[in-house]
Design a binder for this molecule. Structure first.
Ligand code: AMP
Length: 426
């Protein structure tokens, strides 16, 4: 029987792991400097969390959720996104009583039943931040700055940052009337799906990738023109702070994002090098009513999520390398006879306890074979232990780069390894 991984999933290994480690490592470090702490939430939640949180009319809830009943008949769903679970955890654990603003970040796998294609998977990974507390536009600017800096730190230089305001529910209600008015005359030109979106959730039509729909939406009234005074002022301040921070962004008037919970500021980072259907590397927005909608205190919040897989893919495609935090010389410990294994193990212990990547030969073979093996596997050093070394308590260290060989006392080996690896504590 041949078993394949399910459609839309991937095994991640080899170089891809290096890219992921680099991306998540950069995220952890940077998010820490902005005052965020990590939270890990479960990979599945009660279905209701998402249907209520993301919105019944959204594509995700309508057709993309992996929903199943457990053995007791409860309806559970593999998380399609990270915000609703974080909000659930904040309320359940009463985290807002400890700290406001509450700044959390997460790294996790998400699941959406979408049509798999390049950059679009059914299981994919995201890193994201959620900041709850102030509705100060300074927070919007700070979160957008963080997203921008994150991509800069990874090495990207040619991404586009798009920003818009979707207003509050009041301005949106007014706006939707005008939008529907405009769409009414264009209904026959829309795809079948958008015609059904017209009643349920006309804002979603902006997300449609069908060229005819896109064309119609280009001339549609834009929400920016219908913002109430407070929302307009909020958005202007966000822009002011972004300008102050020297951030290069563009206002995209028809940017609306796929979840119902967004209010006011929304933003996205896109690449011209990816196909337009999945050209966003990350995005987010403000969700001022989600926490109260789940029964929590009236607490505005804002966040973003970045797709790790898609980011890694674009890094590779753009020739952006990763820095390998695990990089360092690798040692190959070779015991030349069975009797020396006890001593060899002592040496291996020094290597591993000083943080040096190291392996040992499990089968005794000739030194010539071992040397070939070491070179083929890219080791940097070989440590040779035979009867003499075991008897004298010495270590023979051979550089596979210079082929220089040195013999040292066991007592000096620890310091020598720290010197070579740079792993000593300063
Ligand atoms: P969203 O949660 O839809 O705002 O998506 C945020 C980011 O997650 C996107 O910009 C992508 O980088 C990534 N993403 C979303 N859906 C997928 C998917 N199906 N496959 C791979 N990456 C995805």
């Amino acid at each position: 029987m041949k078993l394949n991984s399910p459609r839309g999933t991937a095994d991640i290994y080899g170089e891809d792991i290096k890219y992921r480690d680099f991306i998540t490592g950069c995220a952890r470090k940077l998010f820490h400097t902005f005052g965020y702490n990590e939270i890990i939430t479960p990979a599945f939640e009660h279905t209701e969390l998402f249907s209520r949180g993301i919105g019944e009319g959204t594509d995700i809830v309508q057709k993309e959720m992996y929903t199943f009943r457990d053995r007791k008949g409860r309806s559970l769903t593999l998380r399609p996104e990270g915000t609703a679970p974080v909000v659930r955890a904040i309320l359940e654990k009463n985290l807002l009583s400890q700290k406001v603003p509450l700044k959390l970040f997460y790294i996790g796998n998400m699941f959406r039943y979408e049509r798999p294609q390049k950059g679009r998977m059914r299981e994919f990974w995201q890193v994201g931040v959620e900041s709850s507390g102030p509705d100060n536009p300074l927070m919007d600017a700070e979160v957008i700055w963080l997203l921008n800096l994150f991509f800069n730190n990874l090495g990207f230089r040619d991404l586009n940052l798009l920003v818009n305001s979707m207003g509050c529910p009041d301005c949106r209600m007014d706006y939707v009337v005008y939008l529907k008015e405009y769409l009414k005359g264009n209904l026959p030109g829309l795809c079948a799906e958008c015609r059904s979106r017209y009643e349920k959730n006309p804002l979603r039509i902006f997300d449609c990738k069908v060229p005819e729909c896109k064309k119609i939406m280009e001339d549609a009234p834009k929400i920016g023109g219908y913002l109430c005074g407070t929302c307009r002022e909020h958005f202007l301040k966000v822009q002011g702070y972004l300008n102050e921070l020297g951030i290069d962004y563009r206002i995209k008037h028809n940017l609306v994002r796929g979840f119902d919970y967004y209010t006011r500021t929304v933003f996205e980072v896109v690449s011209g090098k990816l196909e337009s259907a999945q050209n966003a590397l990350g995005g987010g927005g403000r969700y001022d009513n989600l926490i109260s909608q789940f029964g929590g205190p009236d607490t505005p919040a804002i966040g973003f999520a970045v797709g790790i897989d898609r980011t890694a893919m674009l890094m590779k495609q753009s020739g952006i390398g990763y820095k390998d935090p695990l990089k360092g010389p690798r040692f190959y410990m070779v015991s030349l006879d069975e009797g020396s294994y006890d001593y060899a193990l002592k040496i291996l212990r020094v290597l591993r306890e000083t943080g040096a990547a190291s392996d040992i030969n499990y089968t005794v073979r000739s030194i010539k074979t071992e040397l070939k093996n070491a070179l083929r596997n890219g080791y940097d050093y070989m440590i040779i232990i035979g009867e003499n070394e075991a008897a004298d308590r010495t270590v023979t260290l051979k550089s596979l780069d210079t082929h220089k060989q040195s013999i040292m006392k066991f007592e000096d080996f620890n310091d020598e390894i720290l010197k070579i690896t740079g792993n000593g504590r300063s």
